[in-house]
Design a protein around this ligand. Structure first.
Ligand SMILES: Cc1ncc(COP(=O)(O)O)c(C=O)c1O
Length: 402
């Protein structure tokens, strides 16, 4: 034990950070015998190890000195241009000034919090919403206002009512945080009509929209819906993308598109966060895309996740007792389960862990502490044998609690 006591030195922000009870429980999920539907982990089978081995050597041989040097904070110009071209093929009209590289989308969320939130400012989010985003904003003193979901995502009437309510209190709303494609955790996709409604409200009240889109490219059913960024005419949307779910989360590589004035400020904040995102991984990713390997690998990843998602839904039908409901996503990594009202998913998790199956309780994604009877299941990481066994065990645990 150290003699030096640190507690009195922590900042207010540090003191506001809480150890998550759920994270402690989930540490148990590292046991090899555990079937985990908890994390948001991509399937390791989708990591293109052999292709990357060759590219790593190529990058070191052809561009080694630059790859191992510091780079610009905005990101490697070549990778930025490749990503811009890729978006423009899909119908956007970007220049390199509309795109920056970040060290994971998580860094983008943190930097957005840093440059926009003064303590007491409001951020609007979904009920439920990605916990990592909520935590990133809370650290800067944001008050989170959750908006109830219907089957299309954030309910626009509730959204407007909440904004008016906050304004009536004399407080400021800074932005709407939204994950329109295969939402984490709910697995819901907002149709274009809903995106337009939310955009119209943002325009009416002059708000920024932070569109977080890590799962967009993992669509296995239905037709792609336009990005809110694409529907917007006024430059009030910043959209975040990442290589984590389409290449490898270990790269910690992501990008954001938006108005240059906003991106400039993020770049200033990024300078003091990490100076730059590792140039080595940026060069590897650029070469990987240039060789057409990203698109090729994506086809395989999507097919695998489609199969796993369908199989998990099939197992839910087979093993869940009556009264349990779930979302059926068209893409992404998660589906969301709603238990009968009187059940508490935290109690079920404790029992499930004893039976070597894990998930994340839904309530952690609700900034208003609701959702006690919900839980999130990841379908990308486990194979079909594990999915069948895990859902069967989970069904039995839930049945016991009924
Ligand atoms: C909605 C959402 N945003 C951001 C992130 C963070 O992604 P990254 O690995 O790029 O930091 C995740 C990770 O699961 C996520 O689900």
């Amino acid at each position: 034990m150290s003699k030096f006591k640190i507690d009195h030195l922590f900042s207010r922000a540090a003191n506001s950070m809480k150890k998550s009870a759920i994270r402690e429980i989930l540490k148990l999920t590292q046991r090899p015998e555990m079937i985990s539907f908890a994390g948001g982990l991509p399937a390791p089978e989708t990591f293109p190890v052999e292709d990357l081995k060759k590219i790593v050597i190529e990058v070191l041989e052809n561009d080694g000195a630059a790859a191992l040097q510091y780079g610009s904070t905005e990101g490697d110009t070549k990778l930025r241009q490749i990503l811009v071209d890729r978006h423009n093929v899909a119908g956007l009209k970007l220049t390199v000034d509309n795109l920056i590289i970040t060290t994971g989308s998580q860094q983008a969320l943190d930097l957005i919090g840093k440059i926009l939130i003064d303590p007491g400012d409001y951020v609007i989010c979904g009920l439920p919403s990605y916990l990592g985003g909520l935590n990133a904003f809370s650290v800067y003193g944001a008050k989170l206002q959750g908006i109830p979901f219907d089957e299309k995502g954030m309910n626009p009437k509730e959204l407007e009512k909440a904004i008016v309510g906050i304004k009536d209190l004399g407080r400021i709303v800074k932005f709407i945080y939204i994950i329109p494609d295969f939402q984490n955790p709910a697995g819901i996709t907002a149709p274009e009509s809903r995106r337009l409604e939310i955009l119209a409200i943002a325009e009416k009240y002059n708000l920024l929209i932070v569109e977080d889109s890590p799962y967009r490219e993992i669509r296995f059913n239905g037709t792609p819906q336009k990005l809110i960024y694409d529907l917007d005419k006024s430059g009030r949307v910043i959209t975040l993308f990442t290589f984590s779910k389409i290449l490898a989360p270990g790269f910690r590589l992501a990008w954001a598109i938006g108005d240059p004035a906003l991106l400039d400020k993020i770049v200033m904040a990024k300078q003091s966060a990490d100076l730059c995102t590792p140039v080595f991984v940026q060069k590897i990713a650029a070469r990987y895309i240039e060789k057409g390997l990203l698109e090729k690998n994506l086809v395989k990843t999507i097919a695998l996740y489609k199969e796993r998602c369908a199989y998990m839904i099939d197992c839910l039908h087979r093993f869940m007792p009556a009264g349990v409901k779930w979302t059926e996503p068209d893409g992404g990594l998660f589906l969301f389960v709603t238990l009968p009202e009187h059940l508490d998913s935290l109690k079920i998790l404790e029992k499930a862990i004893q039976n070597n199956v894990a998930f994340v309780t839904g309530s952690v994604f609700f900034c208003n502490d609701a959702g006690k009877n919900t839980l999130r299941l990841n379908f990308s990481f486990s194979n079909k044998t594990q999915i069948e066994e895990g859902i069967s065990r989970l069904g039995a645990v839930i049945r016991e609690h009924l």
